[in-house]
Design a protein around this ligand. Structure first.
Ligand code: PLP
Length: 353
């Protein structure tokens, strides 16, 4: 049976290390939980190391009973504004009409809803156009139910254009200009996602004082150049399947025979294109809804019932976490927990919420 192994100690370790790397540069880390489908055990891991805010993209995954603060990172449609006001502590917005409805929703509930305005810098997915930002900021200032905390930026979600040194400088100038012309001083500049980490390691990010981090926390790779972050675990999530058939098959292209194993993982369990076999002698050659076809190559040690372990891309993790019929197996590692405790007790002063 296919099983998703989730190593909670490695997720805790990655969260602590990232929090440390960001905090020492004066940047707040908001863990993005949309890839783990609101998993309660993973949220608990975050809370246990001091995170009291997380970012989500689906209102349906927000746990009403949790005392964690949610940042809503996907714009709402106007009919969702009551839920956004009720369920989230801050949201990222891009449309004036939606902000207007949020304002009415907040006033009705006698609360003030904090927002960040997302600016489309060069990713081309969401965000206010740079030239409309000043006017939007001035508009929002007039709304009694909305508090404008600052601006947000995003990279590498749609266009594969990593943030660069020039972007940081131009973002800085842009912020100064908006502040000067609107008379507003921004508290928070939420400068991006995991794709900002490479740049953060080598240069000052200026006014950026918050990053929303999903992928790098979950799988230990930064996302601009897909490079390992050496301080982090890359295998907190592993997918395990079992061999249910081994037969020689004939390859009609090469006219050669090979040994093929069927593994009980399929397209309904994960994004199979995001799987890599840990044993690199093996190769995935195809998939159907419930089965992976694996070329056993030159190996002669696999038998029926053997486990095959796969590393997972972010999409594969996210899809598997959203799959209710896939068995999830949570593990702890006492050694890693001891490392975390040691690290936290020596570095405790450099942590802040
Ligand atoms: C998904 C998402 C993130 C997190 O991106 P990662 O690459 O997983 O770190 C941050 N901000 C927004 C708006 C997102 O949609």
């Amino acid at each position: 049976m296919a099983q998703l192994h989730i190593n909670l100690s490695k997720l805790r370790y990655n969260a602590v290390m990232l929090q440390h790397l960001l905090t020492k540069r004066g940047i707040q880390m908001i863990p993005v939980t949309k890839g783990v489908a609101g998993d309660a055990k993973i949220l608990e891991v975050l809370q246990s190391v001091g995170f009291d805010s997380v970012a989500e993209s689906r209102l349906s995954l927000i746990d009403h009973k949790s005392d964690i603060h949610y940042m809503m990172i996907k714009g709402a449609s106007p009919n969702e504004v009551t839920d956004v006001v009720d369920l989230t502590s801050v949201s990222i917005q891009t449309e004036r009409a939606t902000i207007q409805s949020l304002n009415e929703g907040a006033i009705e509930k006698s609360v003030i809803h904090p927002i960040l305005i997302m600016v489309d810098w060069k990713d081309g997915r969401e965000g206010a156009l740079a030239e409309e930002v000043i006017e939007m900021v001035q508009d929002v200032q007039q709304l009694d139910g909305i508090r404008l905390l600052g601006l947000a930026f995003n990279f590498m979600c749609f266009r594969p254009l990593p943030p660069t040194h020039e972007d940081i400088e131009r973002i800085h100038q842009f912020i100064m200009k908006v502040e000067a012309e609107s008379g507003v001083q921004f508290e928070i500049i939420s400068g991006g996602n995991s794709s900002m980490l490479s740049l953060m390691m080598t240069q000052d990010l200026g006014r950026i004082n918050q990053l929303r981090i999903g992928e790098t926390w979950l799988r230990g790779y930064e996302t601009s150049y897909n490079e390992r972050v050496p301080q982090l675990y890359e295998d907190a999530f592993l997918l395990e399947g079992r061999i249910i058939e081994i037969k020689p098959r004939y390859d009609i292209e090469s006219n050669e025979t090979y040994m093929q194993a069927l593994v009980d993982i399929g397209q309904l369990d994960t994004n199979v294109n995001g799987l890599t076999v840990v044993d690199d002698h093996l190769k995935i050659i195809g998939s159907t809804s419930d089965i992976l076809l694996v070329d056993l190559g030159m190996t002669d040690y696999y038998q029926l019932g053997d486990r095959i372990i796969f590393q997972m891309s972010y999409n594969a993790i996210a899809q598997s976490m959203h799959m209710p019929y896939l068995t999830k197996h949570y593990t702890h590692d006492d050694g890693i927990e001891a490392l975390i405790d040691g690290f936290k007790s020596t570095k405790i002063k450099s942590f802040s919420k």
